[in-house]
Design a protein around this ligand. Structure first.
Ligand code: ADE
Length: 236
């Protein structure tokens, strides 16, 4: 059985989106993973197919009804209840490489995409959804966040990444807490007056390795003091 993703959404046409292209798209066509969508509106029970209602306590926006979302979850899990339910929300824990690895190593994922002000809290709890945010900013819906999460997982599946593991060397893949990647260069050796650093053309593998480690550390220290601190702490 290949890795299986199901997206619950009011906008199924947003899938596979960017995942139909490039590595993920090829892997999808090769059957290394599968993607299906469920239209949440199909689980509404009234004749207006209502999926949302005004927030209890007042305020702006609309909240997605727990009964409708729950029925969609039940349908998604009908084939086997083994996949985790992930609700994309800015209230969630931050997505990171460790979570991508964990989800990619399981049977797949059911992604719940909210619109409006989000889901009624009770269905989040009743279905034991894992709440995940893709960053400290607010999107207009969970769909782009779901695509992003899927991309991060799918590229880790066996046979998806081209060639040998660039995956192992990359930013955030170090289990201890990760350095940002060193900068990359290709030909021409001089472009618009900017030269490729000499060491990279020197043929000295050890010197290249040292330069890359130094560059990765400097970038991490300057751009991501939070990562740098974590790395230092785990080394002590
Ligand atoms: N939905 C809206 N904003 C989001 C975010 N930052 N992460 C995940 N889901 C979201």
């Amino acid at each position: 059985m290949s890795w299986r993703a199901t997206a619950l959404t009011l906008f199924p046409e947003m899938f596979p989106g960017t995942l139909g292209h490039s590595l993920a798209g090829r892997a999808l066509r090769e059957g290394r993973w599968s993607l299906d969508t469920l239209q949440i509106r199909d689980f509404a029970t009234d004749r207006h197919r209502t999926v949302d209602d005004t927030p209890c306590g007042g305020g702006a926006g609309l909240v997605m009804r727990p009964d409708v979302v729950d029925a969609a979850c039940a349908a998604a899990l009908a084939g086997g209840p083994d996949r985790p339910l992930v609700y994309l929300t800015p209230r969630g824990r931050l997505m990171d490489q460790a979570l991508a690895r964990e989800l990619a190593s399981g049977p797949g994922v059911v992604l719940v995409c909210g619109r409006y002000e989000g889901l009624d809290q009770r269905v989040i709890e009743a279905r034991a959804m894992r709440e995940v945010s893709v960053g400290d900013f607010v999107l207009s819906g969970g769909e782009p966040a779901a695509l992003l999460l899927l991309d991060a997982c799918v590229r880790l599946l066996p046979g998806v990444m081209g060639g040998a593991d660039s995956a192992a060397e990359e930013s955030f893949s170090d289990p201890r807490g990760a350095l940002l990647e060193y900068p990359h260069y290709t030909r021409p050796a001089v472009w618009q007056g900017r030269a490729v650093p000499d060491v990279l053309l020197s043929g000295h593998h050890a010197a290249v390795g040292q330069w890359r480690r130094d560059q990765a550390e400097a970038a991490t220290r300057e751009r991501r003091p939070d990562l740098w601190r974590r790395l230092r702490e785990t080394q002590d």
